[in-house]
Design a protein around this ligand. Sequence first.
Ligand SMILES: NC(=O)c1ccc[n+]([C@@H]2O[C@H](COP(=O)([O-])OP(=O)(O)OC[C@H]3O[C@@H](n4cnc5c(N)ncnc54)[C@H](O)[C@@H]3O)[C@@H](O)[C@H]2O)c1
Ligand SMILES: N[C@H](C(=O)O)[C@H](O)COP(=O)(O)O
Length: 351
Amino acid sequence: MLDRGLKLAVTLGDPAGIGPEVILKALADPVEASGAWTIGSRTILQQTYEKLRSLDPSVALANPDTLNIIDVETDSKWGEIIPGVGNAASGAASFADLESAIARTLAGEFSAIVTGPISKTCWQAAGYNYPGQTELLAEKARSKRFGMLFAAKSPHSNWMLITLLATTHIPLRQVPDALNPDLLTEKLELLIECLREDFGLETPRIAISGLNPHSGENGKLGNEEQDWMIPWLATQRDRFSQVQLDGPIPPDTLWVKPGKAWYGLAEPAHDAYLAMYHDQGLIPVKLMAFELAVNTTIGLPFVRTSPDHGTAFDIVGRGIADASSMKSALELARELARRRSIVKLGRSAKY
Ligand SMILES: NC(=O)c1ccc[n+]([C@@H]2O[C@H](COP(=O)([O-])OP(=O)(O)OC[C@H]3O[C@@H](n4cnc5c(N)ncnc54)[C@H](O)[C@@H]3O)[C@@H](O)[C@H]2O)c1
Ligand SMILES: N[C@H](C(=O)O)[C@H](O)COP(=O)(O)O
């Protein structure tokens, strides 16, 4: 087997959130647990295990005693970690876990990182000024070009819904100024590379969203489409003759067809979607596929996936957190890492 020895680093995310719960639930499946190393507090895993067992002894859970754990205990100077209450201590812990996972992966110890959900507010409380895990991963890996891509496999049709966000963790007010031809070129190039290398789509069909209502309605409802998006797209069509590039498509109707394809009611018209901003792309993704979608960072020298949900502090300790997205994140990480190792083997065989 080519993936023998494939090792995944699985960070707990914010230890006060549902990360530890969804990890124990997902790793209850021996296939998911194989090659997985959790990075974070053993004590938190043990406490979560005992709490969930006390709520429902029949629930399928990995026993921490059977897991590979890289134990990272947080310095007591940060104070106490309180389940369901994110604070500086939980922020410092999730930051330290991720730093450890990145350093170990860059050193060759792991093939991929699967991150539990963190709270950006708690990172800020601990003094870490990053908009999210994506940006820390890119900085540590020295990746200048990177992107936040969501992938979800439809249980109705097996179709993979793939969405890249052109802008990510910035205020909505800043979006129009952040968008420009250079940024979209970078994101489009990354998307095409990823579709080819990670998803095996050599001649992908990509739908590019407009920014304004009705894509600006010929300049009546906004000018970005007329001023630069339409000319930019014409240039990209010349550059990528093997790629179908449609757009700028009015954002309100762009996700109607993928919605039908997701439920198996129509053939998909595109292989991937480029959304202009966070919620433009993620409202449809999470509406269709909250339980299954995976957040993956593209442009890194290693594979990184994460569930699409957050810390869900409101349901911590109740035993009701759904682990499906974490399971999908583990599966996609394995699939992408395996694919990359095959490509690498192929390349080295040629020389
Ligand atoms: N991968 C990540 O690190 C990641 C992803 C998304 C959000 N976040 C962060 O998480 C924090 C909380 O974000 P939010 O409240 O907007 O979103 P959230 O996803 O944490 O919660 C939204 C709602 O969905 C529910 N929910 C979430 N995951 C669930 C699950 N697995 N099972 C059952 N119900 C679930 C929650 O109870 C809540 O009602 C924020 O700091 C945000 O930035 C992190
Ligand atoms: N924007 C993502 C989402 O809404 O699911 C998530 O916050 C990503 O965060 P990271 O950069 O921490 O992966």
